[in-house]
Write a new protein. Sequence first.
Length: 344
Amino acid sequence: MTRPDEGLTYAAAGVDIDAGNALVERIRPAAASTSRPGTVAGLGGFGALFDLRAAGYTDPILVAATDGVGTKLRIGIETGRLRDLGTDLVAMCVNDLICQGAEPLFFLDYFATGRLDVAAAAELVEGIADACRASGCALIGGETAEMPGLYAPGDFDLAGFAVGALERGTALPREVAPGDVLLGLASSGPHSNGYSLIRRIVADSGLAWDAPAPFGDTSLAEALLTPTRLYVRPCLAVIRAGGVRALAHVTGGGLPENLPRILPDGCGATIDRSAWPLPPVFAWLRDAGRIAEAELLRTFNCGIGMVVVAAPDRAAALTDLLRAEGEDVRPLGHVTSQPGLTLA
């Protein structure tokens, strides 16, 4: 505490510059481990540099995406399970980039809190670095904001910013037409959407976060904090193999709102709802929350986290390639000449 005869300091007002510097040094090795062709410099500058020519591009178009983790953060904060939230942050951004046909190149994070806990912040950033390495993009910068008075003790927020590139003329979606095949890639759980409803259902159920999950063999918190699946590498593989017309990341709004975003005017889609089983986590949420089927489908991914739209003569080969990349692939249906989405 500052004595009346002493001048005020930033630390006395609640902002610890030394802690911020300690965090930068703590996370420097994690960020360095994500270096890839095109990375110019590490952390510490006023801006981050990236060399597109060194990354292999000749006539690039840049693609940018930003997102957060939403109220899934609350479960991590209340349970102290933080590292996988870094994966969620990266996944929500890079999974969007790949839908444009872009290769993720670099990532920046924004971490805001009331009082900086160096160990907790480092755990989050190390999780971000894990996901960046898995996606082939470099963690080249970020911002840590200590803002006393805006966040309750222990609370924080995360945002992520990803930039990717593609060669001019190769952007997705393109040439989507009736008869194209819809291939669904399994999700790992709710990913990072619908958690305000999930938390309401858990609260109403009276279950504690450390209670056994009613739908699995782990604790409830561990099950619900399963990180968002990263689709970058398998999707890049099928894009480069040829025959991919479009990709749809199934986030907020579910299949009913995300699939139409990649369909051209005059086209629709038919999806066979029996093509994949409803994973147990979603069945429990439906039953515990008495959620109507339509509401379930427009709130959660319901087991399908990414949809690949494939040319009919390439669908079988792309399915094999996706499975070889470790994806659980389900033929969902096809593009039609009738506008609208039909779930049969």
